[in-house]
Design a protein. Structure first.
Length: 130
């Protein structure tokens, strides 16, 4: 952290807490931030929530909960173009929660329910209140 900003935060903290020096507290906060930044579970949660952060992708997940589906079925369900569906599928495949496979001339997609449960367990573990 830049020295000027550190002094500004120190001054603000001292006003709040009626202290004369809060350097140790600022150092503790900086260390806390570093620990959060290095927490790999937060990276996992970020990837997962990014993948499901679209209503269309949530609809795809729900459609695949029932059964494996081909792209043309997903096009009909979402009433979207093949290129739009493919964009969403790529995001979901990248997180490992769905996978495509060829069956004759069609590509079908399968939902890995256990992988979603794993991601949700990590979210619950990290974000739950004790």
């Amino acid at each position: 952290m830049k020295q000027k900003r550190s002094l500004e935060i120190n001054k603000t903290l001292c006003t709040r807490d009626n202290c004369s020096n809060s350097n140790a507290y600022i150092e503790d906060l900086i260390e806390l931030g570093k620990n959060f930044e290095e927490d790999e579970n937060l990276d996992v949660i970020e990837r997962f929530t990014s993948a499901i952060s679209s209503k269309e992708r949530l609809i795809i997940i729900n459609a695949l909960k029932e059964q494996d589906r081909c792209v043309c079925e997903l096009e009909a369900i979402l009433n979207k173009s093949q290129s739009t569906i493919s964009h969403h599928l790529r995001k979901l495949v990248a997180t490992g929660i769905i996978q495509g496979y060829k069956k004759q001339k069609f590509t079908y997609y399968h939902l890995y329910k256990e992988e979603i449960k794993h991601y949700l367990d990590i979210c619950n573990q990290v974000l739950a209140f004790n």
